[in-house]
Design a protein around this ligand. Structure first.
Ligand code: B16
Ligand code: MG
Length: 230
């Protein structure tokens, strides 16, 4: 396992790690689901996490049995209406909506000279970070429209490391979704999972919430794993 002293950067997922935007995606998609006749369930909402806007729409149309009922233009119109509603909700975000411990963590990483990047499937990540008041820490945000493959493909995590001039092995990636953890590991980064250890079992370490995600806890885990190998 990589040793902690090799780590020079941190790559963050946005939704579920920096802030909880899933609740806004769900509220906005639910209106689309009602419009196209898809039955809204918690399971359906869960399947939309971490995947792109148009893929999310396809899943909702499938749930309604309407995958062939709309033209491309009509699908774009549905996705655009969802995004307008989502942005209306995103613009209610304030620094109070940063998840526990994250503001202190990014400050301590910045103080420690670590490079920071965002690896989010969301095209709205810059606006979310702006509303949270922490965009100055993240000059490097991978533009998801440049990607050929979504998570769990490692592409976004490799590009995030490149954006801060580092090799993947020099980065820690932080994710709350199993597909994201899979992508971080495939990229060759150290994977930190936030959430349920059974769901995120591929991660190198899992913290139950962002409150436990501190630089010293990451270091302690990595030091422990290195000494276990010796
Ligand atoms: P947008 P993440 C993802 O963010 C969300 O989890 C997912 O539900 C959403 O569809 C996707 O961003 C695209 O978002 O419509 O804003 O471009 O978890 O990768 O930070
Ligand atoms: Mg996420």
């Amino acid at each position: 396992m990589t040793s902690f002293s090799d780590i020079k950067g941190f790559v963050f997922d946005l939704d579920g790690v920096i802030t909880d935007t899933a609740r806004f995606h769900s509220l906005a998609w639910r209106k689309v689901a009602d419009k196209v006749g898809a039955h809204w369930t918690a399971g359906l909402a869960e399947r939309l996490k971490g995947i792109s806007r148009m893929e999310s729409l396809d899943i909702i149309l499938q749930a309604a049995g309407k995958q062939d009922a709309y033209t491309e233009d009509e699908k774009v119109a549905l996705a655009t209406s969802k995004n307008a509603e989502y942005l209306r909700l995103v613009d209610t975000l304030t620094p109070d909506d940063i998840l526990p411990g994250i503001a202190d963590l990014v400050q301590s990483l910045d103080d420690g000279g670590y490079k920071l990047a965002i690896a989010s499937a969301s095209k709205n990540a810059p606006r979310v970070l702006q509303n949270l008041g922490i965009s100055q820490y993240f000059p490097n945000i991978v533009d998801p429209s440049t990607l050929k493959h979504g998570k769990p493909d490692p592409e976004i995590f490799i590009k995030a490391a490149e954006s801060i001039g580092l090799k993947p092995e020099q980065c820690v990636g932080v994710e709350d979704a199993a597909a994201g953890v899979q992508g971080i590991k495939a990229a060759g980064e150290v994977a930190v999972g936030i959430g349920d250890a059974d769901v995120l079992k591929q991660a190198d370490m899992v913290f139950p919430s962002t409150a436990e995600l501190t630089l010293s806890n990451v270091k302690a885990h990595m030091d422990k794993d290195v000494s276990a190998v010796k």
